[in-house]
Design a protein around this ligand. Structure first.
Ligand SMILES: Cc1ncc(COP(=O)(O)O)c(C=O)c1O
Length: 452
């Protein structure tokens, strides 16, 4: 075992150290070699060393360098070394982190991390929290709690009776809510389409002047951090309007919730802490390994009522916090350990510096691209940049050429009818030099593509 694990660590270290000098996207040749994995199920044992060798020799070259410093696609961080190390150790512990009494170390780390997070975000210390796989499932989890609470107020026990025959429940969303929010709404039985949509402004924010009148059980889904612009819905106005009508406000803050930890970004988040529930990711801006996100609910009992197994309508009291009372899963890996490690390592100042640094990198990208004559579509208030290189066809060709070049990687999008390239700076590893090198490559490739 020792030889195998040491070899695994050595291969992983060599992989990470090699990222600087390789193309961010895997080469077509490396991807083509993946066919070697298409073999029949072996009849018998293979040595563990041979399995590891195949994994590394075929798998490693065909990976996208998301762990590196110049991947700017989606909204993706790279794992901080301390969180990868924590992941390795927690993997060795192999704890099924459902019950405190069975896995006290990992349950306690999760509980401590939850307390630190509530402190960082300026939320009440008694909020409920579920460590889930990502923002999609965090939205799902928080919406299940919301569904419980608003229907309970209308005299309906949704966990026991389901939604058939339940009092009608109105769901309000912004025009630019993230696509995964609609998936979450479908999963909790509220329907992907059965929603009232509030029009958005040029930055993708819900328009405060277009909020509809509300009545009856209602859940309002707001957004902290639009994936194209980074913009925040007007959360203070939304919370006042919704709470006056007795509605529940849920905030999808997959990356945007992290601004709540940063005093210099406080102007973006007024009203954020007034909401009833929040969803966020750790694998985006906190830079922990996948898969890792958090559902937070002000009314801890509502979350527990929606998630616990033992008594849907009357959660059992326990002197300890059992993680499975707050998550859709029962058996689960100890993902809270990596979150604890990231926070213990960074501290408050480190989290603030990480967020501020990546926002500064995004501003530098936007300024450099504008200086070169390209149109940036959003106000770069956070870590997102949406840029065009001319018309849709030219922008699409330029993005493909940037991806092929391999210096960095950014993805395409269509936002408010415009084809654009999204640059999302979320990784701890990105340096000023990475930004300058990537910017130079983008401008050179855009000019070459236009000249062709
Ligand atoms: C605003 C928002 N919500 C939800 C998600 C989904 O997150 P995940 O892929 O972690 O489930 C994203 C992902 O980018 C997002 O930006």
């Amino acid at each position: 075992m020792r030889v195998l694990l040491e070899e695994s660590a050595q291969r992983a270290i060599a992989y990470l150290e090699g990222l600087e000098d390789r193309s961010v996207a895997p080469s077509p040749e490396a991807v083509a070699k993946l066919v070697a994995l298409d073999e029949p199920l072996p009849d018998g044992l293979t040595t563990a060393e041979a399995v590891l060798k195949q994994l590394d020799e075929i798998g490693s070259p065909a990976t996208m360098a998301m762990a590196g410093s110049r991947f700017f696609g989606f909204i993706i961080g790279g794992a901080l070394p301390v969180t990868l190390a924590a992941n390795w150790l927690a993997g060795a512990w192999d704890q099924n982190s459902a019950f405190y009494n069975v896995t006290p170390a990992t349950a306690q780390m999760e509980k401590v991390a939850l307390g630190w997070l509530l402190d960082l975000f300026g939320l009440p210390s008694d909020c409920g929290g579920g460590f889930v796989t990502g923002a999609t499932v965090a939205n799902f989890t928080a919406l299940a709690a919301a569904r419980h609470a608003v229907l309970a107020r209308a005299g309906w026990d949704v966990e026991a009776e389901g939604l058939i025959g339940a009092p009608p429940l109105t769901v309000v969303v912004g025009e630019e809510a993230h696509s995964t929010l609609f998936k979450a709404l479908g999963l909790v039985g509220l329907g992907r389409k059965r929603v009232v949509r509030v029009p958005a402004d040029r930055q993708g924010r819900m328009r405060a002047d277009a909020l509809p009148p509300l009545s009856g059980p209602t859940i309002v889904c707001a957004q902290a951090g639009n994936l194209h612009s980074g913009a925040y819905d007007p959360l203070a106005e939304i919370c006042d309007w919704a709470h006056d009508a007795g509605a529940w406000v849920h905030v999808d803050g997959a990356f945007g919730l992290w601004a709540a930890a940063v005093p210099s970004l406080a102007h973006l988040t007024p009203g954020l802490t007034e909401a009833d529930s929040w969803a966020t990711d750790f694998h985006k801006w906190l830079n922990v390994p996948y898969d890792s996100g958090l559902a937070l609910v002000r009314d801890r009992d509502a979350l527990r009522a929606a998630m616990s197994i033992t008594a849907e309508y009357l959660p059992t009291d326990s002197p300890v916090r059992n993680p499975f009372d707050f998550t859709p899963e029962v058996s689960r890996r100890a993902r809270g350990v990596e979150v604890w490690a990231a926070l213990r390592y960074l501290g408050r100042a480190g989290v603030i510096e990480l967020i501020e640094r990546t926002c500064r990198h995004a501003r530098r990208f936007a300024a450099g691209l504008q200086e070169a004559g390209y149109e940036v579509l959003n106000d770069v208030a956070l870590n997102q940049v949406a840029v065009t290189f001319g018309d849709a066809a030219m922008t699409t060709r330029t993005i493909a050429a940037i991806q092929d070049d391999g210096t960095c990687w950014c993805g395409p999008t269509v936002w408010q009818g415009r084809t654009a390239m999204r640059i999302s700076v979320s990784s701890w590893a990105t340096t000023d030099e990475d930004v300058e090198r990537s910017l130079a490559a983008m401008v050179r490739i855009a000019r070459e593509t236009a000249g062709r």
